[in-house]
Design a protein around this ligand. Structure first.
Ligand code: 13P
Length: 341
């Protein structure tokens, strides 16, 4: 099939109304941290068991349009031998893959980092495609402090994100472009807004330079919030207003969807904030979610590595996905948190 048609079909499937993306692409060190919090050792087999379990959640495809997998998961199978990307597909969820190789300090920019993984990317994408991946994700991170992110970090990270996106489109995989402005720090929401605007401005400038087709990508940004340690926290209405103000300045209307990361917000906060964002509709783009922790935390707490907790684990994930599905339409109410618990 023509690459442009393939990319369009993938993007259309991912931005369906009432649905969002499940980020289950934790690298092995990150998964070790998540498992440690629930007293589980992070072995390849435990990761396979947990991820098979959550992907098999009955009805998950009602609220989840796509799932981002880690490279290891692309090659794993459920107990019955079904490859995990195929299990996702049968559930109506498009399988995707995280393709960056993590971050390292950026030389000559103290406190800043750069994401690596461009070398050999095209060949890796060929391989991921044969295992069922239809879209990809790459994450850049920006630390907020009095001296970061530097102009150098903003420019260098934008450049690699754009190169990644261009390579993906060339190979027929829809790129999710993820510039994450971290929530860590004690800065106020205005500083968060200022950094997000500068970062996104540079990212779209680089995407344009690299001739990335904006219609065939998704943006995965952080919401604009105060730092986690800021004494003045913000209500969902304020987060939504500041986030939309920044996005309207810098994200072209040609981008079909903006799928937020949760970035350390609690599951309830992430849902309430997404709901407030969708109450500000109409906007030029679909406003959706691509949550990792905010979807999986309750499921991990329910699981704790015990196969006897399988049904509770799936129920916890389904419930969180459903609440975010409601937030996608601005129809979430906090009373729903307890209603069908
Ligand atoms: P969180 O929602 O936990 O921030 O994870 C999203 C993600 O994919 C980070 O790269």
């Amino acid at each position: 099939m023509n690459t442009q048609v393939t990319l369009q079909q993938t993007v259309d499937a991912l931005v369906q109304k009432g649905k969002g993306i499940l980020a289950a692409d934790e690298s092995n060190p990150t998964m070790a941290k998540r498992f440690q919090a629930i007293g589980v050792e992070s072995t390849e087999e435990q990761r396979r068991s947990y991820r098979s379990l959550i992907l098999a959640t009955p009805g998950l495809g009602e609220f989840i349009s796509g799932v981002i997998l880690f490279e290891e998961t692309l090659g794993q199978c459920a107990d019955d031998g079904t490859p995990l990307p195929e299990l996702a597909r049968r559930q109506g969820m498009v399988p995707g893959v995280k393709v960056d190789r993590g971050k390292v300090p950026l030389a000559n920019a103290p406190g800043d980092e750069i994401t690596q993984g461009l070398d050999g990317l095209q060949q890796r994408l060929e391989e991921y495609k044969t295992r069922g991946a239809r879209f990809a994700k790459w994450r850049d991170v920006y630390h907020i402090s009095t001296s970061t992110p530097s102009r150098l970090a903003i420019e260098a990270n934008a450049e690699v994100l754009a190169r990644y996106a261009a390579i993906c489109q060339h190979q027929g995989l829809a790129p999710i472009v993820e510039p994450e402005v971290l929530i860590d720090g004690d800065h106020g929401i205005e500083r968060g807004a200022q950094v997000s605007e500068a970062v996104l401005h540079a990212v779209f400038h680089a995407l344009h330079r690299h001739r990335v087709v904006l219609e065939h990508m998704l943006l995965k940004p952080s919401m604009v919030t105060p730092g986690k340690a800021c004494t003045q926290q913000a209500a969902p209405e304020e987060v939504a207003a500041q986030t939309v103000a920044v996005l309207r300045r810098v994200v072209p209307a040609a981008v079909p969807g903006i799928v937020f990361l949760s970035g350390g917000q609690t599951p309830q906060e992430a849902t309430a904030n997404l709901d407030a964002l969708n109450r500000l509709s109409p906007q030029p783009w679909e406003l959706s979610f691509s949550y990792g922790r905010a979807l999986q935390e309750p499921a991990l707490q329910a699981w704790r590595g015990d196969p006897a907790n399988a049904a509770d684990t799936q129920t916890a994930l389904y419930r969180r996905a459903k609440l975010n599905g409601a937030a996608r339409a601005g129809q979430y109410r906090s009373s729903m948190e307890t209603a069908d618990a």
